[in-house]
Design a binder for this molecule. Structure first.
Ligand code: TEU
Length: 540
């Protein structure tokens, strides 16, 4: 029988295609390279692969600017290569989730080329066009996430168009039903090719405020989302993202998935303080998205308190939706670099973090290279590729530090990533952490990832059971996971010194389980944890 609920509690491995494995020597990874490495991905014990965009693109935002939704960019290979990749993944029992960047296209997309040609062509209304104010300035005060106004003047139409990201990423007009239909047809194209799921880029940006109302000023003391100084919350122009227009499209999207069966979607929701309200709306009712992720645990904060607060907030706000937790992805500095204290041991943080992530309720997502304990790379300005980083250097150094190539063989040219010059440098410090080295070492981060993920698989309560936080002091986080008649108590010590977690009164007998990697000890006084220690025990 087919498990149509495979996405519930699954472990996803995110591949950034340009940096995974190059087979042509052009310095950029490709689909053939991913196919070659499928056995490695399967060996980690994950359920699915999320592929960042490999579609035809001028690569202004590294493929998040799509110029043909139904074609593979020649940099990555051919559609036949994609079919081969899916077959290989499926033969290893892995699902394939692809990234869909529907909110905006590239300015080179034929739809936009046509749309910008005149005010009365058939696609004139496919993007968000607006007249200048009488003084010639932009229609309103909306700002782009990548800096500056969210409006770009077009001298042919003599109008402005909206872009939430780069000016070369014009925003599609979701108020136009033809746009929705055209996008859904592109999704169908990939469903027919056998993809199992979708990661929906910036899903809360699809529908803009039709009235084009100005952003209100930022409330005093509110965190500023963009690195340069601005008095407005950039996302406020989205107004209420849970209006019927937003939800209607997601229902149409889901109905399409359900025509094929067993397919799932995870939405990316970065909606500031309203993120959870938005996630609840997008995943509620069973007729929209199955899962969403927010940025809560992709942040610099690393404490028992923060994890508890984030998980509780999600559990309280989102009743029938499902979360996909991640600590790293292609947009944020690698988590061990965010979270290791100066002079601290990054391997210890890597091992602790995967144990914690594996014990969280929901699906989880890993980012390529984290299983090797790779640190954020330092990239010189001359080597930067990320337009967002180039714009805000040096205040913000961009996202290239987590996008450097995978390291496969320590002694090979470019650590086995490419025989040509890699598009981003391979840091020397990464080379000694290559897969071939770590496969020989029992105590390696890689060995630990495999063991912990196996542990999660052996205890389905960890993925799907209920979660309840238990009293704990200071840097200790303790929670109870329960499903059927299994009860597991999970305890984590975030501190760089040992801690003891006193067993709560009346908890009964606790049997330690072989959570790989730690020798936490248990006695009548409680659980004694080393620095960055973790413990899982079964309650009788
Ligand atoms: O990211 C959306 C998003 O909100 C990010 O821009 C985020 O704010 C930023 O990267 C934090 O550093 C998605 C993609 O994941 C990202 O790679 C794209 O650049 C962006 O959409 C535009 O498509």
């Amino acid at each position: 029988t087919v498990n149509t609920d495979w996405w519930r509690g699954c472990v996803v491995y995110q591949v950034y295609p340009r940096s995974f494995q190059d087979t042509t020597g052009d310095g950029s990874g490709d689909l053939k390279g991913i196919t070659q490495r499928i056995p490695y991905i399967a060996s980690l014990g994950v359920d699915a692969i999320w592929l960042s965009p490999f579609f035809k693109s001028p690569m202004a935002d590294m493929g998040y600017d799509v110029s043909d939704y139904c074609a593979v960019d020649p940099m990555f290979g051919t559609i036949a290569d994609f079919d081969a990749l899916i077959d290989e993944a499926h033969s290893h029992g892995l699902k394939i989730i692809i990234d869909q960047v529907l909110s905006h296209s590239s300015d080179r997309h034929p739809w936009f080329v046509e749309s910008r040609a005149s005010r009365d062509n058939p696609k004139a209304d496919w993007y968000v066009w607006a007249d200048a104010k009488p003084d010639g300035t932009a229609p309103n005060n909306w700002l782009s996430i990548f800096g500056g106004p969210a409006w770009e003047w077009d001298s042919t139409r003599r109008q402005y168009y909206l872009h939430n990201f780069l000016a070369s990423q014009p925003d599609l007009n979701f108020h136009n039903p033809d746009v929705q239909a055209a996008l859904l047809e592109t999704v169908r194209f990939w469903l027919k090719r056998g993809v199992d799921g979708f990661r929906l880029d910036t899903v809360n940006f699809y529908v803009h405020d039709k009235l084009l109302r100005d952003n209100p000023p930022m409330p005093p003391g509110a965190a500023n989302d963009i690195p340069d100084t601005n008095p407005y919350g950039y996302q406020d122009h989205l107004h209420d993202k849970t209006q019927p227009e937003n939800l209607e499209f997601l229902k149409r999207f889901r109905a399409l998935l359900d025509e094929y069966g067993g397919r799932a979607a995870v939405g990316e929701v970065g909606d500031g303080t309203r993120s959870l309200q938005t996630v609840a709306a997008y995943t509620g009712g069973g007729d929209k998205l199955q899962m969403c992720y927010t940025f809560d645990l992709l942040s610099p904060e690393f404490s028992a308190e923060h994890v508890k607060k984030s998980v509780l907030a999600f559990e309280n706000a989102v009743k029938d939706g499902w979360v996909c937790w991640a600590f790293s992805n292609h947009d944020v500095p690698r988590h061990i670099s965010r979270w290791t204290k100066p002079g601290g041991d990054t391997d210890a943080v890597a091992k602790f973090a995967i144990a914690l992530l594996s014990c969280l309720r929901g699906s989880i997502c890993l980012y390529q290279g984290e299983e090797l304990g790779l640190e954020e790379a330092e990239i010189a300005f001359e080597d930067l590729r990320d337009p967002y980083g180039i714009r805000f250097w040096p205040g913000f150094k961009g996202r290239d530090g987590c996008r450097t190539p995978m390291v496969w063989e320590t002694g090979a040219t470019n650590a086995g990533f490419s025989r040509g010059k890699p598009w981003l440098p391979v840091p020397e410090s990464h080379r000694k952490r290559a897969v071939d080295v770590q496969e020989q070492e029992d105590g390696s981060v890689l060995a630990h990832y495999r063991a912990v993920l196996a542990f999660r698989r052996e205890h389905p309560t960890l993925a799907g059971g209920s979660i309840e936080f238990l009293d704990a002091e200071g840097d200790v986080l303790a929670f109870l996971r329960e499903a059927g008649n299994e009860k597991l108590v999970c305890v984590f010590n975030f501190a760089d010194k040992p801690a003891v977690w006193a067993l709560p009164a009346g908890i009964g007998a606790v049997t330690p389980l072989e959570l790989p990697g730690w020798q936490a000890s248990l006695d009548a006084g409680g659980v004694s944890l080393p620095a960055l220690g973790a413990f899982v025990g079964r309650l009788d």
